[in-house]
Design a protein around this ligand. Structure first.
Ligand SMILES: Nc1nc2c(ncn2[C@@H]2O[C@H](COP(=O)(O)OP(=O)(O)OP(=O)(O)O)[C@@H](O)[C@H]2O)c(=O)[nH]1
Ligand SMILES: [Mg+2]
Length: 308
């Protein structure tokens, strides 16, 4: 069983698992098998390298994988080299997920929803400058009533090790509203997702070293933006704040000897593209997308790297 890590200031964790590096069968993903896979993740070496880590936080289907693909595509055009990190997880599924990611970097076919974990290394002129982490939404907030109680009351050890490591980190927290499970229409999920973040994640974020980006994703599904641009970021922020009031109100820091409070995060919007369902040449259902303007990944990358 993975170690349960409670909220509060976590100590610098030592490796919590006896990591077994044998392959596991993969195409299945019952909660038990998922947990088994998560317990095999090897982060010790990764955190020891001290490279900045970008953690995409968001419930299932909120758009983490596609942001990763969009950002990676953008970074390639800016002279960065993108490589999947083969040391992260020694399973057949992880190798397939990495192959799938590399394949999708060169097409307009959306990354398959079955992709679980991805650790992507970003290099500039031969030097590694960042690691981008994608994990299944359930590891951040589980909407499935049969597993939610268990999953939402703990942090898996690999995430705890990353969060409490000395590496500089940027947390891209997705303000989910218009995904398959509509958080816009479900205040319970919004409040529970907020609680989960504030209780289990936020206390471990280093105010001066780390960065939090609240990202209103799928902005094309709102009146505030299109795939071309965010028309009104101020209105988008106001909307997000209406739906996530506690999050915006809590993440503040005192400045000037307590005389002023300031946001402890930055707010941005994002869009990956306009998606369409299709059937490929082999009769398989796929999603393609018309890619959104590069202004979105450009601004996101600026914010991610601002403190590095
Ligand atoms: N309209 C719109 N839909 C999007 C956008 N980004 C993602 N989507 C849709 O959301 C679906 C889920 O996106 P993913 O990136 O797979 O979501 P995820 O957060 O990685 O999901 P898990 O890996 O299951 O946690 C996609 O298949 C698209 O249909 C966007 O910018 N705009
Ligand atoms: Mg994903």
């Amino acid at each position: 069983m993975p170690t349960v890590v409670n909220s509060g200031n976590m100590p610098q964790t030592e490796p919590t698992q006896n990591v077994n590096t044998q392959s596991v069968e993969t195409t299945t993903s019952t909660p038990e098998q998922q947990e088994n896979i998560a317990s095999r993740i090897q982060v010790n070496q990764i955190v020891n390298q001290g490279v900045p880590i970008v953690v995409f936080v968001g419930p299932p289907a909120s758009g983490k994988s596609m942001i990763l693909v969009r950002l990676a595509k953008y970074l390639r055009t800016q002279g960065y080299t993108i490589r999947t990190d083969e040391t992260f997880l020694n399973t057949e599924q992880y190798r397939n997920d990495c192959a799938e990611f590399n394949d999708k970097l060169n097409t307009n076919v959306a990354l398959d929803g079955t992709v679980k974990y991805l650790l992507i290394n970003v290099y500039k002129e031969g030097t590694e400058i960042a690691k981008l982490l994608e994990a299944p939404g359930e590891d951040f907030y589980d909407t499935d009533p049969t597993t939610a109680r268990k999953n939402n009351n703990r942090v898996l050890p690999y995430l705890a090790t990353i969060m409490t490591s000395a590496n500089p980190k940027s947390y891209v927290m997705l303000l989910d509203l218009d995904s398959k499970v509509s958080f816009r229409n479900n205040s319970y999920h919004r409040d529970s997702y907020t609680d989960r973040f504030l209780k289990h994640f936020y206390p471990n974020i280093h105010g001066r070293r780390d960065r939090i980006i609240l990202l209103y994703n799928k902005i094309d599904l709102t009146p505030f933006g299109t795939i071309h641009e965010c028309r009104d970021e101020k209105a988008a922020r106001h909307d997000a704040e209406l739906y996530y009031p506690q999050l915006f109100a809590t993440m503040k820091v005192k400045k000037f000897g307590g005389f002023a409070t300031m946001d402890n995060f930055v707010f941005k919007t994002f869009c990956t593209g306009m998606f369409a369902d299709e059937v490929d040449d082999h009769g398989k259902n796929i999603q393609t997308y018309n890619i959104a303007n590069e202004i979105y990944p450009q601004i996101l990358w600026q914010e991610i790297t601002r403190k590095w």
